[in-house]
Design a binder for this molecule. Structure first.
Ligand code: URP
Ligand code: ZN
Ligand code: ZN
Length: 462
């Protein structure tokens, strides 16, 4: 039996086990996990001393994304190359409505990705805007199109995205009936807009004031309300980008009560604290929800380890320094941080290498659970025979100081400038093609594929 690729002698982390073994790849899929001594292969990678995980599935990217007057700087091709360098082989991006149609928005976004020359495999979440011509009647068609995951923004009034409680309940019911899940951006607009207006009137419009307007109550109230409404609607719920200790506790309580409530957090909430808003570079770090305190950070790590938080998404949104600094007021600056390339290395370093997460839990939160939530887990997110041969091979002995000049995200800064990490991807393999080869990018022969998510129960998300 001849293989296209054999990965030999790595420490292989697959569901329920971690062992030194070989991986045989044929026709883009994992065909054997086990001893492959003496077999014939077109290419062999010696993975002795290295750790092999399923390729990262980033459940939260905003590539080429509009925010008021700005559009983030990258496209699906440049973001793909950055993702590969960071060990991520699939992303789930967001589709905004087009012409007041959620379905048209999904189709437009698919075309944008392929038109850009996407290289990672990609799925899409559907943003359910508050002003859809057919309301939520389109939801079954969107699920049929391969998008069982939706998002309602509980804030962003000025961007025309705010979904009120009545619409949220309708969205929760419609999506649950179609077998999907609603995710929420949970911030209470009345709370932060009132403080923002007062701060603006007082001439306080720096990054630290943006942070002050969005204190922990802003997120906690919205999470509390969303969980209550989802329970009343009999619907599953995903809380995106949880940033507060109160949010972790609300999700923990809901899950202990057996509710199908899931949570995501992001590397910036796990690695940085709100001190970033105090310095001269504070403007760059504006994101929603804003980065919080050390106590919040500790609660998020605990929540990841104990199963309260199931996934880690980059919430990648690559604005440049100039874009961030252009508006006179921090309240008008584009929100979002670049991070598709650094998500997996940061989680490995600050999670596994630092002793906060087991290798198995790391793999679950960066690949397996994101794939399960998106309904693409028949192909993605686990290292098993029959799955796509998406692998990241990490050198645990590597040490790197993150700096923007060594990254490939199409922007001129990183929130993690100067952060030291232990471990870094040495090889990334997407459907059997070695796209990062000993640290160097190699153009794949094949473009990225659209991954149609299947509606499913969420009982396998841990
Ligand atoms: O600040 C954030 N989370 N930016 C991502 C894009 C968006 O629209 O929220
Ligand atoms: Zn959001
Ligand atoms: Zn986002």
């Amino acid at each position: 039996m001849r293989f296209d690729l054999v990965v030999r002698g790595g420490r292989v982390v697959s569901p329920g086990t971690a062992r030194v073994t070989d991986i045989g790849v044929r026709d883009g899929q994992i065909s054997v996990l086990g001893d492959l001594s003496g077999v014939d292969s077109a290419r062999t990678i010696d993975a002795a001393g290295l750790t092999v995980f399923s390729g990262g599935v980033d459940p939260h990217t905003h590539i080429r994304w509009p925010f008021l007057d700005a559009t983030s700087h990258d496209d699906f091709r440049t973001a793909s190359i950055a993702a590969f360098h960071g060990g991520t082989t699939s992303v789930v991006d967001w589709a905004l409505p087009a012409d007041r149609s959620a379905l048209a928005g999904v189709r437009r976004r698919q075309n944008e990705a392929t038109g850009d020359g996407v290289l990672v495999d990609f799925a899409l979440h559907c943003v359910l805007g508050p002003d859809l011509a057919r309301g939520y009647d389109e939801v079954p068609d969107v699920v049929e199109q391969g998008c069982p995951t939706f998002k309602c923004y509980l804030t962003y009034r000025r961007r025309g995205l705010l979904t009120d409680d009545a619409k949220l309940v309708r969205a929760l019911r419609a999506v649950a009936a179609a077998g999907g899940i609603v995710g929420v951006h949970a911030e209470n607009p009345a709370l932060h807009e009132t403080t923002e207006a007062e701060l603006r009137a007082a001439g306080k419009q720096d990054a630290m004031h943006f942070r002050a307007a969005k204190d922990n109550l802003v997120e906690a109230e919205a999470i509390h309300r969303a969980i209550f409404l989802a329970e009343q609607a009999g619907a599953p719920l995903m809380i995106q980008h949880v940033s507060t200790r109160e949010g972790v506790e609300l999700v923990r309580t809901a899950r202990r009560r057996g509710l199908p409530v899931f949570a995501e957090t992001c590397p910036h909430y796990l690695v940085l604290t709100d001190e970033v808003y105090e310095g001269p570079l504070g403007r760059r770090y504006l994101c929603s929800p804003p980065i919080k305190s050390t106590e919040d950070q500790e609660a998020l790590w605990a929540g990841l380890a104990d199963g309260t938080i199931s996934i880690v998404g980059a919430d990648h949104c690559a604005f440049t320094v100039a874009q961030k600094e252009a508006p006179a007021s921090a309240f008008d600056a584009p929100n979002g941080l670049p991070g598709v390339e650094t998500r997996l290395p940061l989680l490995y370093s600050h999670g596994v290498a630092a002793g906060r997460l087991s290798e198995a839990r790391f793999s679950e939160v960066i690949a397996e659970n994101p794939a399960r939530v998106a309904g693409i887990h028949s192909r993605k997110g686990i290292l098993a025979v029959g799955a796509d041969a998406d692998l990241v091979i990490i050198d645990p002995a590597a040490r790197r100081t993150i700096t923007a000049t060594r990254l490939h995200q199409d922007t001129d800064w990183t929130p993690y400038e100067g952060v030291e990490v232990r471990g870094w991807p040495k090889y990334t393999i997407r459907r059997g093609e070695v796209v990062i080869d000993d640290g160097r990018y190699v153009e794949p022969a094949d473009t990225g594929q659209f991954l149609a998510g299947m509606p499913h129960g969420f009982d396998t998300v841990r």
